[in-house]
Design a protein around this ligand. Structure first.
Ligand SMILES: [Zn+2]
Length: 304
């Protein structure tokens, strides 16, 4: 998605529309699960709605085709609502947060969700950013504009750090977080169990994060796919938030193909909360199978 400023501008423009569009508060929520021996928690921050007007989803297909896909999934056809979530990983002595949601200024619930997980912001040692859009970095600042995770290193790709510094309206954010920022090149191992994976096209330096423990692993796909319905059923349709539509389409299909083939678990920050599941092949696209995170360890279908 776009920066906080762009999202604000976009939501101001669409207030005249009958369906609500833009960011909206979500209930705080923290859902724990495991990847191998690692403890993870999916954290709720907000929701984001956009009308089915051909501007964001399926711009090249048109609203009627988008509505057909939504209808087939028994979803509302006039508005597309995304979750905005973050992921907490206890990686040895490190307490790692991947993405930060919209932030307190925008009414984000991330801090309250962290509290439900028993974590205070000053305990976070590393914030890993998938990309520098407002719904992923807004929470780096608290309601007063100060760093929300004062003791954390903020890790993002060097390409997205450069991209962020060139964005209108982001000078205060850049100035506030600069002392915490440590950039990397995609492919870098950023914590003992987590590697940054280049997934190109959404922003200049967009990455996913591969979390590995023993034989178990999970990929946080960032904004490789936004809608669990449209982005999976029609991965080749354009997505208005992608900075390079052609590259993003290609990497979306490539990534989803690999995930479906490997049955690898996925965390998708914009899929319905808690956003954990697997991607399966379906027709000439894919479908989402949410994980049952309430299952007791002894009843797991797949061994780690
Ligand atoms: Zn996003």
């Amino acid at each position: 998605m776009k920066t906080v400023i762009s999202v604000l501008a976009a939501s101001a423009l669409v207030f005249a529309l009958p369906a609500f569009a833009g960011p909206a508060p979500a209930q705080p929520a923290a859902t724990a699960f495991h990847v191998g021996k690692l403890s993870l928690v999916s954290l709720s921050d907000a929701t984001f709605s956009t009308p089915n007007d051909g501007k964001i989803f399926g711009g090249d297909a048109g609203p009627a085709a988008v509505a057909d896909v939504l209808k087939a999934a028994h979803a509302p056809t006039d508005t597309i609502t995304l979750s905005v979530d973050a992921l907490l990983v206890r990686d040895g002595a490190r307490l790692v947060l991947i993405d930060t949601g919209f932030g307190a200024k925008m009414g984000g619930a991330l801090t309250a969700s962290l509290k439900l997980a028993g974590v205070t912001p000053d305990q976070i040692t590393d914030v890993l950013v998938t990309h520098a859009h407002g719904d992923h970095i807004g929470g780096l600042l608290d309601a007063s504009g100060q760093p929300a995770f004062p003791k954390a290193k903020v890790r993002l790709s060097s390409a997205d750090w450069t991209y962020l510094q060139g964005q209108d309206g982001m000078a205060d954010m850049v100035k506030a977080i600069a002392p915490q920022v440590a950039t990397f090149e995609p492919g870098a191992q950023v914590t003992p169990s987590i590697t940054a994976i280049a997934i190109k096209g959404h922003t200049p330096g967009h990455v996913g994060y591969q979390i590995v423990s023993g034989k178990d692993r999970l990929l946080d796909i960032g904004d490789t796919a936004h809608s669990s319905i449209i982005s999976l059923a029609k991965p080749d349709w354009t997505m208005g938030f992608d900075s390079d539509a052609a590259v993003a389409k290609a990497s979306r299909r490539e990534t989803l193909t690999e995930l479906a083939k490997d049955h690898e678990r996925v965390f998708a920050p914009h899929f319905p909360y808690p956003g954990v599941g697997t991607v399966v092949a379906s027709g000439d696209g894919f479908a989402w199978q949410p994980a049952d995170l309430t299952a007791k360890p002894g009843k797991k279908k797949h061994k780690p």
